[in-house]
Design a binder for this molecule. Sequence first.
Ligand code: CNA
Length: 463
Amino acid sequence: MTDTQDLAALQRLTELDDDLDSDALDHLEEEAEKELMEEMENENLACQSPSMSSRSDESESSDYVFGPLAPDDVADILHDLREVGMVECLRRHIMPNPSRILDILLSLGVMLPRSMLQEADEEPYMLLPILKMVFIRILRQRQKLPHYNTVDDAIQLLRKSKRIVVLCGAGISVSCGIPDFRSKDGIYAILAQESKYELDDPSDMFDKETFLRDPSMFYSFAHSIYPANFEPSPTHYFVREIEKHGKLLRMYSQNIDTLEQKAGIERVVQCHGSFASATCTDPRCKYQVDGQEIRDAIMSKRIPMCKMCEERRKTKAIKRQKIDESDEDDHGLAFGIMKPDITFFGEKLPDEFEHCVLADRDQVDLILVMGTSLKVAPVADLLSHFPPSVPTVLINRTPITHMAMDILLLGDSDPIVGYLCQQLGWPCEHAAPDAPTRVGDSNVWLFPGAETDHIATETTITD
Ligand code: CNA
C-alpha cells in the first residue's frame, strides 16, 4: 500500500462512527441465510434429479464454508479485541492484510450475501464497517464484575478512583425542566401525542434528511428544547465536584443543553454538539455563527437564514441585472438555512469524541453512567471501547438491560448523588434521602423515583 492508502486505511480503522448499525447487520445476515436456504433447497432438488446431480460438487454454497482462520488465530484476535480495544486490534490484524477482514468474519460465523462477498474480493475495506459492528457486538457482551455489588462498593469506588469517566444523557437535565427523549413524558411521547407533525417516527424530528427537506418542522418545535433559562441540576454539580477532587478523566455528555459548562465542568465532550453555535446547511458555505445569533428566530419559530448566502444572492441578483448572467450557480446557494450544531441522526459525531475515547481507554478506572437509556450509537457503544475490567456504575431512573452494569443505583439522579455525597462527605445541592432498598440479594438498589416495572425480570441479578 502507498502512504496515502495507509493513511486512509488508518483513518477508516479509527473511525468509531461508522454507518452500519446492528439492525443493518441483522438484515444482511438474514439475506445471506435466505440465499443459503434457497441453495440448499436447490441442492436437494438437484440430488433428487439425475439430470442436475453432476453440479453438486462445485456447488457455490462452498462460499459459506466457515472457518478460513485457524481457531488459535481467531482466539488471538478476540483476545486482542478485549484487551487492547477495537482500534488497536484492527491496527494489528487488519492493517497489514486487509483481505483478512472477510476471513475473520467468516471464521466468526458471520454470513454475508453473495453479492457482497464478490464485491469484497475487489475492495476488502468495504467489509470494515461490518467487522466493526461484529466486534462491537462481541464487546457488548461485557461480563458483570462479580466483586462490585453494593452501594458501599460504589462509594468506595468513588473514593479511591482517580480517573473517572462519566457518561451521561438527557436524564440528568430532566429535573432542570428539559424533557428527555424516551421517558413516559419525554419528547418522543409529546411528539406522538401532539401528532401535529407528519412524522413516521418521532425520532425523525432530529433526522438530518427530514430537516433538509422541511426545516420549518424542526423550527416550529425547537423553541421547546432550546436551553434558554435552565439552571444545572445537583447531578451536574456532582460531576463538577468529581472534577474538583481531580478525579474526572472525562465527562461524555450526549446532552445539547450546555448545562455542563454552566455548572463549570471543564473536562467535558459534547458528543452530540450543542446549541452553542450554528452552521449554514449549504455545504459550499458552512458559515458558522454563535448560537445566540439564531436564538430569536428559534424562540419565535422562524427559520434562521444564512446571512452569507443571502448576501451572495443579492450580489448575484445585481450582477444578473447588469450582465444577464446564467442562473445556474444559484442552485443550492440561494436559501442557506442555519442549523444549530447539534448532531442529528445521520450526521457524524465531532472528531473530538473519537480522539478522547482513544486517549481515555487506557486510563479510565471507573465508569459512571447517568441519566441515559444508552440507545443512541455510537455513544451507546462507548463502554464497549473501554476495558471490560473497569467497574461500571449506573445511576438512572430505569434499568439498562442490554449491557451488564456492575452496580445499578436506580431512581432520580439528584437524590442519588445527594446520598453519595453525604456518604463521601462532599457538598451537594440535594438533600440525602434515606438509605436505598436493595432488590433481593442483587446489585440493584432503589432510590426515590426508581421506575421498577422491569426490575424483577430484566435486571442483572448477582448469583
Ligand atoms: P433518553 O433515551 O431519553 O434516555 C433518558 C434516560 O434518563 C432514561 O433511561 C430515563 O429513565 C432516565 N431518566 C429520566 N429522568 C431521570 C432522572 N431524573 N434521573 C435519572 N435518570 C432519569 O436520552 P439519552 O440521553 O439516553 O439519549 C440521547 C439523546 C437524547 C441525545 O442525542 C440527546 O441530544 C438527546 N436529548 C438531549 C436533551 C438535553 O440536552 N437535555 C434533551 C432531550 C434529548
